[in-house]
Design a binder for this molecule. Sequence first.
Ligand code: GLV
Ligand code: GLV
Length: 362
Amino acid sequence: GKYRVISTKAMPGTRWIRLLTDHDCRVEICTQKQTILSVEDIVALIGDKCDGVIGQLTEDWGEVLFSALSKAGGKAFSNMAVGYNNVDVNAATKYGVSVGNTPGVLTETTAELAASLSLAAARRIVEADEFMRAGLYDGWLPHLFVGNLLKGQTVGVIGAGRIGSAYARMMIEGFKMNLIYYDLYQATRLEKFVTGYGEFLKSNGELPVSWKRASSMEEVLREADVVRNLCLSISLHPILDKTTYHLINKNSLAKMKKEAILVNCSRGPVVDEVALVEHLKENPMFRVGLDVFEDEPYMKPGLADMKNAVVVPHIASASKWTREGMAALAALNVLGKIKGYPVWANPNNIDPFVNENSPPPA
Ligand code: GLV
Ligand code: GLV
């Protein structure tokens, strides 16, 4: 191969490797370290000549790495992730490196995990499983692990982009929930879907569902307070930047219904985790499903002891199909830049380059 492409981690499937090796690239996969690579490790990997890198969300792609990549003749970097808060896009642009991400292929997989966490929290699945395995089940009781019914309740979505909208559809279609969402952009297709589905239910003699676009995030939270017994399952799907850091904090938690469910599959720092632990302690009926944490791989003190929290290790995009697709898309991003091909095989025509043809993050 004429071009040297590095992947900082082994990635699922072989399609991504074939894509590169079929097109004049030789691929080097970092296998020496199974742990998360440091900036120094990656500088050493890049070496004197490197045309492109596929990196991971656990790595700090800033000034140092983009300068090293640029010096080695590299013009392309792709995160194997849709989120790119680990990438300093301005630094990449400064060094002439294109930054790709992997939107689209993970939308449904991530939304399904958000739905799973919503159900696990609502029905106390993990707590009940632990109880069962501990041999504590002593016969059926009317009060045993009573949780929340989702049907007819309102699902709140903060950030109704691809993932948030897919999640909303699952909850609405699956559980006949009403929708309240907050987003800077109008989710027209989602609104149309809810309207159409509501009409279908009505024609079927069932209670219809409705949607509402909130004018603020607080409105999503407030809405829950005026309706008794409303289970507000708020799922967070925004990107992480300075405008969404600690978007959910002590004050916003206080606005939520005492029996609400909060699900976060976006990025940990969107939620003030210390405030969340306090809130969980003070409100035993409040429940959370978390895929991401402020200081991954760690949890804030106390979180692991909370029965009203379901926690999983950042696995929202972890289905075989999606992970292989993310790897292939990351490889295509890098290959497309190196070879000067147009962007290929991009599901839904989403532009996977974050510093070209698309506005920089706010
Ligand atoms: C995973 O967290 C991603 O951003 O793809
Ligand atoms: C999914 O691809 C998203 O970025 O919402």
